[in-house]
Design a protein around this ligand. Structure first.
Ligand code: SF4
Length: 480
């Protein structure tokens, strides 16, 4: 195995405008960085095991999942009503509510709010929506200094990389990788890989920004329609600092995050952290109902294609997602290829079903980065039929002529072969014979990426069909 200390950190997919992202190419580079790949796989599998342990402590776990799914289904059926109820109650609490149709409008609204307050520095906690909207880049263009306050997000910001996971954004990095980033950007001690030292370095250098920021931003895990409140779950307390220290608090949140009542919140709080990190609850579950004393609070409700998804019978269930990351932690493809290989804001199984909804051409390869084993569906706390949707995207992309040329040729040829049983059987028999005589170097070479990690099983002496024909059909005991 390569040396974890010296192995360079593999970078993510090469994203070129609207061109299809080559996830396979980036995944191959990640797999080739053996030490990183093993570390990543192990870390995420540990989270999956912790999640399982927590699940076994809750006898009513499956009922909770069912309930969470039903609450989300019901809310999606009445989305407009609950959003309007939220707006009424939040406004009555003294919050300014804004509506944004897409990323551009959302960024414009936030830019305008900051301009009105002559705000030049913004501290923010983790928000996948802001990543989806490329908010930081938009604000920086307008001359606003944006500082991420979540440890993982800050590491990624300093390294000029996107988050690789919805819950643990820098999980693909080793301590050495982080140390190198901090030496370069925060003038940390060369070669000091101690995690406490690294965390403290981030804390010490970020605190002054928090104390002096003109504005603070948080995302929102839930919006409670009944009370007009925003609920934010974190483990570092950075959302509370970002929201409460500066005089201006801006919340950016997707419209699907709404839940009807306070009593529903408990269901999701019980599921979220257990599914995400295998811990009973997040360290901080903060409930923002209005501006801090003397301050101002704005909530920007962002659609950005969620309404389109809502209208889609096949793909609307993706809107139930609570961004726990459990589907990523369990996915064998994600664990071995790293989140940045997907080249999209959302990676792993949830990314496979969300990303093509934003741009089918650009993300046309993603739904194929799955073995369809269904483990993602089994762990999802809101019971999203992830593997079925991944398969449905493959069908949709084929219908929309979005399959790559090589896939089209392969699928058409296989389709023809499968449609002719005799030709299929001859091909299998010939293939078996040829494979058993081929020299090793012809099967396992640099062009066969599959063979780098695996060995083909020994070819059987006869195919199942010829055995079945000999023993049953020819003896008149079975049907062809
Ligand atoms: S799809 Fe399910 S498991 Fe995956 S992040 Fe969303 S809620 Fe979690």
């Amino acid at each position: 195995m390569s040396d974890l200390q010296n192995e360079p950190q593999p970078r993510g997919a090469k994203v070129k405008g609207r061109h299809p992202v080559d996830q396979l190419e980036a995944a191959n580079r990640f797999i080739a960085a053996e030490a990183h790949q093993k570390m990543h796989d192990q870390r995420l599998w540990d989270l999956r095991k912790k999640r399982d342990a927590q699940m076994h402590l809750i006898p009513e776990w499956e009922e909770l999942r069912e309930l969470a799914s039903e609450i989300k289904e019901h809310t999606l059926d009445h989305l407009a009503d609950y959003l309007e109820e939220f707006e009424r109650n939040a406004t009555a609490n003294g919050v300014h509510v804004h509506w944004a149709q897409d990323a551009e409008e959302s960024n414009q609204i936030i830019n305008d709010i900051l301009k009105q307050h002559q705000a030049k520095t913004l501290v923010k906690s983790k928000s996948m929506l802001s990543e989806e909207c490329h908010l930081r880049q938009s604000l920086e263009k307008s001359g606003v200094t944006v500082i991420e306050t979540d440890l993982g997000e800050r590491i990624q910001q300093l390294d000029n990389e996107d988050p690789s996971h919805v819950v643990v954004p820098a999980v693909h990095k080793t301590r050495t990788d982080v140390s190198k980033v901090f030496v370069k950007t925060l003038h940390a001690e060369q070669g000091n890989n101690d995690v406490h030292y690294l965390a403290e370095t981030q804390r010490e250098t970020t605190r002054p920004y928090i104390l002096n920021a003109d504005a603070g931003m948080t995302g929102g895990n839930y919006l409670v329609a009944e009370t007009g409140a925003v609920v934010v779950c974190t483990n570092e307390g950075n959302a509370d600092l970002s929201a409460n220290t500066p005089p201006l608090h801006i919340v950016t949140v997707g419209i699907e995050k709404i839940i009807p009542k306070m009593e529903h919140l408990a269901v999701f709080i019980r599921l979220l952290s257990r599914s995400a990190l295998g811990s009973p609850i997040t360290q901080y579950t903060s409930y923002f109902r209005g501006p801090r004393k003397g301050g101002e609070m704005h909530v920007v409700l962002v659609d950005n294609s969620r309404s389109t998804r809502l209208a889609s019978e096949k793909f609307r269930a993706g809107l139930k997602c609570i961004r726990c990351g459990a589907c990523m932690n369990t996915c064998p493809v994600f664990r071995r290829s790293g989140g940045l290989s997907y080249g999209s804001t959302y990676a792993g199984p949830i990314g496979l079903i969300l990303s093509p909804g934003y741009n089918a051409h650009k993300y046309r390869n993603l739904p194929f980065a799955s073995s369809l084993n269904g483990s993602c569906t089994n762990v999802c706390p809101v019971k999203i039929n992830l593997h079925e949707q991944i398969f449905a995207w493959r069908e949709t992309l084929a219908d929309e002529k979005e399959l790559s040329l090589s896939k089209r040729i392969l699928m058409t040829s296989l389709g023809k072969l499968f449609a002719h049983p005799k030709a299929y059987r001859t091909a299998v028999q010939t293939g078996d014979k040829v494979l058993s005589y081929l020299p090793h170097f012809i099967v396992y070479n640099q062009f066969n990426a599959w063979g780098r990690q695996r060995d083909l099983p020994k070819t059987p002496k006869e195919t199942f069909h010829s055995w079945y024909a000999k023993n049953y059909i020819n003896k008149g005991k079975g049907d062809e």
